[in-house]
Design a protein around this ligand. Structure first.
Ligand SMILES: Nc1nc2c(c(=O)[nH]1)N[C@H]1C(S)=C(S)[C@@H](COP(=O)(O)O)O[C@H]1N2
Ligand SMILES: [Mo]
Length: 429
């Protein structure tokens, strides 16, 4: 979208004449064309398998490498069908909300967020020579093979995984970075070992404060989590996603799952855990990276770095997955609206739904999550009295009394966006 239109989208959203999704719709439509083009080129690339001479194919896999898994039409193909692609290199893509209706997100609908290239080992699905080193504040430094990890007790959990930047495109003024709309969130089923079992095997010392995690991607992307969160029974080193070995894009052969926390703490292509006696201080843990102001700031302000704190748990949020934006419906005919709600480390207390821009609210029926840290389902039967333009709004509340805001609180990098989701509906007589 040209820079000049961008300000306009915010105006539209702020004036409330059209929901934010309408502005986003333009982007999606223009990207559809882009996708069709790239998709076609990728298929042509299949024909000249391995030649890697096609620029689009090179772009898809970096360095011209075609993974063998590609030949089997596996989950490693990028972009995934119907994806909204934000960038090819590094690869970043999400799905529109109406494609995220499933309780358990299929791998084919899970967003992909990469800061660098996908490691060649992952593209080859080759765990030969891979190991996970645990060092630092441990009594028995260890290098775990994939077999070692498979021999530990396996745990399966459905977990909401959401990029800290999801919703960034709703920030006004605009902030830099991938302009995620609403779809950088998913809830797949993950299987692996408890991180604490691995840490206990390495005999973590009393001086342990924080983990510094490393993956095999380039340039290096390293973030960390406090030892308390690492020892939580729900924190996993995942080896499988939806019952299959991790796809290349999602961290083969092993990734962290830190339930409730921002996606960037969930290190992909994990190969080293350095147990530290201090808070991890890599560049992705410092400055404005994955950090938010310790107090509310005016939109556009740049607080001193010393006033920034590390972003950890997500905040309460909901998504409308049905109806689709711009759906048409008849007045007086019931319409079922539904979606998901989640609240980081907290529980969801209720979801309210409005069709008149917040004048009246009705309580949605809430379905409990499959397990702690999976998302809740919600459903509401709506009736539109007359023909006209309506918006469906969903507002989730957590068990501490926090609700989704009507205006997006601002921070310099556009993190933790949880402003109310609005879906436009056109009602006919
Ligand atoms: N090694 C590594 N791990 C990473 C990243 C990365 O770029 N490199 N991106 C992080 C971010 S910002 C997010 S939101 C999640 C995305 O996970 P997904 O691509 O499986 O959806 O992975 C995290 N783990
Ligand atoms: Mo992220």
């Amino acid at each position: 979208m040209p820079e000049s239109n961008r300000g306009q989208s915010h105006l539209l959203a702020e004036n409330g004449t059209r929901a934010d999704e309408l502005a986003h719709f333009d982007r999606i439509t223009s990207r559809r064309h882009f996708l069709a083009t790239v998709g076609g080129a990728a298929l042509a690339g299949l024909g000249v398998f391995g030649a890697g001479s096609d620029a689009a194919v090179r772009g898809l896999f970096g360095r011209g490498l075609i993974p063998t898994a590609w030949a089997e039409g596996s989950a490693d193909v990028l972009p995934k069908p119907d994806m909204i692609v934000h960038s090819q290199h590094p690869f970043n893509g999400e799905f529109p909300p109406h494609l995220l209706a499933a309780d358990v997100t299929p791998t084919a609908r899970h967003f992909v967020r990469n800061n660098g290239s996908i490691p060649e080992r992952a593209l080859r699905r080759d765990a030969q020579g891979w190991s996970l080193t645990v060092d630092g504040e441990v009594r028995s430094q260890r290098a775990f093979s994939l077999d070692d990890l498979h021999s530990l007790p396996q745990v399966t959990l459905k977990v909401v995984l959401e990029c800290a930047g999801n919703g960034r495109s709703s920030f006004a003024p605009t902030v830099g970075g991938t302009q995620w709309i609403r779809g950088a969130v998913a809830c797949s089923e993950w299987t692996g070992v408890r991180l604490r079992d691995v840490l206990q095997a390495a005999e973590v010392t009393e001086k342990a404060v924080y983990l510094a995690n490393y993956g095999e991607d380039d340039p290096p992307f390293s973030r960390g989590i406090p030892i308390e969160k690492a020892m939580d029974e729900h924190t996993l080193i995942a080896l499988k996603m939806n019952g299959e070995p991790l796809p290349a894009a999602h961290g083969f052969p092993a990734r962290l799952l830190v339930p409730g926390w921002i996606g960037s703490s969930m290190q992909k292509w994990l190969n080293r855990i350095w147990v530290r006696d201090a808070v991890h201080d890599s560049d992705k843990m410092s400055g404005y990276s994955y950090r938010v102001p310790a107090y509310p700031i005016a939109p556009g302000d740049q607080p001193p770095e010393a006033d920034m704190v590390i972003a950890t748990s997500w905040v309460v949020k909901s998504l409308i997955t049905a109806p689709q934006a711009n759906a048409t419906v008849q007045a007086g005919v019931p319409l079922s609206a539904s979606g998901h709600a989640w609240a980081g480390e907290r529980n969801v207390a209720k979801v309210l739904v409005s069709t008149d821009l917040g004048i009246h609210w009705q309580e949605a029926e809430l379905t409990p999550p499959a397990n702690k840290y999976a998302w809740y389902g919600w459903n509401a039967e709506l009736i539109f009295a007359s023909k006209g333009y309506y918006e469906i709004w969903a507002r989730a509340f957590d068990d501490a009394g926090n609700a989704q805001p009507f205006r997006q609180p601002w921070n310099p990098k556009g993190y933790l966006g949880n402003v109310i989701h609005r879906v436009p509906v056109v009602v006919s007589a």
